[in-house]
Design a binder for this molecule. Sequence first.
Ligand code: ATP
Ligand code: MG
Length: 589
Amino acid sequence: MRSIKTKLIAIYAAVVLVVMTISGTFILVTVRNIEIDRTYSALRSHAIMINDHIVQQYRSVDFMRPSAWAALEISAYEIEGAILTEIGMPLAPETVFESGIRFNDDSLAQALTGSEAFTVGSLGADLQGVEHHQWFTFAMPVSNSDGDFIIYTRLNMRAMNDILSSLTFTLVIMVLVALVVTLVFWFFLADTLTRPIIALTRHARAIATGDFSRQIKIAGTDEIGQLAQDFNHMSRELRATLSRMASENNKLEAFLQNTSHGVLVYDTAGKMLHANNASSELLDGMNLNSSEAHLAFKFFGFEPEDVYQLRPGEVRESVHEEPDYYLYACITTYTGERGDVDGYVIILQDVTRQQKLDNMRKEFVANVSHELRTPLTNIKTYAETLLDGAMEDTETAKRFLKVIEDESQRMTLLVSDLLELSRIDSKHVALEMDVVDLVAIMRLAIRQAQIPAEQKNQTLIFRPTKTACFIEANAARINQVVSNILSNSIKYSPNTTQIKITMETTEKYYRVFIKDQGMGIPADSLNRIFERFYRVDKARARALGGTGLGLAIVKEIMEEHGGRVYASSQPGQGTTMVLRFNRLPDEEF
Ligand code: ATP
Ligand code: MG
């Protein structure tokens, strides 16, 4: 890892290097330029001096005279000066003349054309002709009475180059020293800068792993100190926000897990994100892989294409049907931060009860209409036949009127049964309860059933308990219960059979058993005979005058009294109906 510390040091080293190099180069160039300027002036003044002291003072034949040059050499002993002919051949001084040197450079070429010139860095041999050196050269055309000449002066560049290289060396050493000092300085200084940053990094990492317990120590009020302070503030806020969110989340989770509604949540890619307990209970035993969104959508009766086009807030509903089970499903979308659809939520609800009640209601209305239509049709037909002339024949007329009377009676009974049921259903009027003796009620009901039983030559045998059985009840309703059951026993048993009524007392209950020797009830109908309008053999029951409401009323009244009714039967051998009543607590006597 390239740490911030190494980066800082590298940047600083680079800056020092660049600054020092630029300023070093600038110094070198300046020194060189100053040196060149100085040399130019020196060469020129030397040339002027040669002109003044020799060319203008002597005849050309005397140019070589050493005494003439003596004064010059003292003033500029390093500068070599010479007088050349107008075509550039050396004339004087003696040393130059004798060396046989031929000067040849740009300044001379320039002077030959008539103007003075200065060059830097021309190559040329020294007077001994041994070594070649770099020179500053200056050439200047002059003339006296003997003709035209060129004064040529030069200076070896070695002196300036020596100065420049020792200066370069000094500068390089300076750069190196500056670099080392900078590095050392920064090595320690960078730590003071990076330490708080490293601390911040550690702190941020701790926060990322959920550890909010630390606070950064704030040293100073500079930018980094400010940053640390803001960081501490941010971590406190973050902690508070997170704990608020966690609590919100827990609330939601508790709600989701404890609601009776099933909740399935999918994202837009169809991945299941959530399924609460209720949803698994509601979907228990169903052939559905609910983790696949499109399978789930189809299962509940939604078109996946339609679901994927749902806009925020839109809802689709459907009811999934299984045998004896109805599941209501409602699908909607949920949105993300920017308000676009982030996924789908399916809410499930078991509506079997509502659906069954609804079905029962429809069935009930259909049954009532049907039961009323049959006698009404009969009455209408017989009345019409009478009007069409059957009235003339007194015998027929009597028979027909009897049918009309029977059918009206049947309707009256049906309507009163329906009223009774509707009274119980609406629960508007609470029953008036008294403490009554069950044995007495039984006796009365049995006495009332005596006449229809005798018509069929049936015997009613009653074996009551020895003592009275007090219950809290509405005597008239209990009488109705017993009468309904006895009327069934009489109706659905052949002539000359016995109907035996017995009683039993247990710690909590009184039980009444009404046992006949009739046709019995098939096992699969035993539970259903208490439903409204249910008859085992519709045609036969109707012929016997039944509408299928008797036992429904019995069941409702027994439940109103906190009791129960159930049946057991051996088809072909007889039926036993059992009534169970709660005993009164002893202290009430
Ligand atoms: P209602 O009593 O309203 O005049 P119902 O007798 O047909 O008409 P329920 O008393 O509710 O109606 O009885 C329902 C059905 O149960 C009857 O139609 C009959 O098929 C059957 N059932 C009831 N009691 C007996 C019984 N003791 N023996 C045989 N079948 C019975
Ligand atoms: Mg009946």
